[in-house]
Design a binder for this molecule. Structure first.
Ligand SMILES: [Zn+2]
Length: 286
């Protein structure tokens, strides 16, 4: 999966730091991110030295124009916290990072997704949600603190379940309603306040396809920064009748596929892809 980095892990412990010329800086414009994309889809991100003279107005949204994000493979990443500008020579352009094909640049892509998650969190927490006053960054940990009421705002992650629903030698695959892509996926949904992840699995299956489940078992989790999620993967077995009652607001299809007839190829990016592949291979937890 995407976060299974070739070199180990991403060090996301917070440090108050200022960027040096060789540090990467993430510049965001609307929903797009500044990058250079080669013809083979290899991605590269700008360094502070490359962009500091033109990357944009730092308009006092934050205390500092940049915010330390994390370190990956001994490379430090910062977020540019102002209104990002245009690259004068056009080498770097703004692109919708979520629409890219990241296979050739998995590490960079994972860094971009994680930086995006952090950036959006900082961006929406410039002011206190309790009293409306300005927030400032804590000196020791990644937390915004209200200058007036002391409200502490920690990074927010939305947990969601990905569900490998099995029925003997068959797996349920679904397609979303209202999306251009007809790519197959697994049933999925956010965990609601007050329920366990396992309860969310049973509820989502009932809501989306009207089926009961049993033998819910954990598989793996995956940070999915582009949506601010932590995806938590479970397999479970059908309990009883297998007749699908589709929630047509959520899904355009949900069907049982025999193990050797699953029309899917894992791209090595998502937890969904890995769960479908290990079912194809007969290696899912029983
Ligand atoms: Zn406050």
């Amino acid at each position: 999966m995407l976060q299974d980095l070739e070199f180990g892990y991403l060090d996301n412990q917070y440090h108050p730091a200022q960027p040096q010329d060789g540090d990467i800086v993430i510049c965001v414009q609307g929903k797009n991110m500044l990058m250079h994309r080669a013809e083979d889809d290899t991605l590269s991100l700008p360094t502070w030295g490359q962009v500091k003279h033109w990357c944009g107005d730092w308009d006092q949204w934050f205390e500092e124009p940049t915010q330390y994000a994390f370190t990956m493979q001994e490379q430090r990443y910062f977020l540019f916290m102002g209104k990002a500008g245009q690259c004068p020579d056009g080498w770097f352009t703004y692109e919708n990072a979520t629409a890219l094909r990241p296979q050739t640049s998995r590490n960079i892509y994972f860094a971009m997704m994680t930086a995006w998650h952090l950036y959006t969190w900082y961006r929406v927490n410039r002011f206190c949600g309790a009293c409306g006053e300005k927030t400032v960054h804590d000196g020791k940990e990644r937390m915004m603190r209200c200058t007036s009421c002391g409200n502490m705002i920690f990074p927010r992650i939305a947990p969601a379940v990905i569900i490998g629903l099995t029925h003997g030698d068959k797996l349920m695959l679904s397609t979303y309603a209202g999306r251009d892509t007809k790519r197959y996926g697994l049933l999925a949904g956010f965990i609601e306040i007050g329920e366990t992840a396992e309860e969310a699995v049973a509820r989502e299956v009932m809501e989306e396809v009207g089926l009961k489940v049993k033998n819910i078992r954990y598989y793996k989790s995956q940070p999915w920064g582009v949506a601010g999620n932590l995806s938590i993967g479970y397999f479970c077995d059908l309990d009883g009748d297998d007749t699908v009652h589709l929630d047509e607001n959520e899904l355009s299809s949900a069907e049982w596929f025999p193990r050797n007839e699953i029309p899917y190829e894992d791209e090595g990016i998502s937890l969904t892809g890995e769960m479908i592949r290990i079912f194809q291979e007969g290696k899912e937890p029983k």
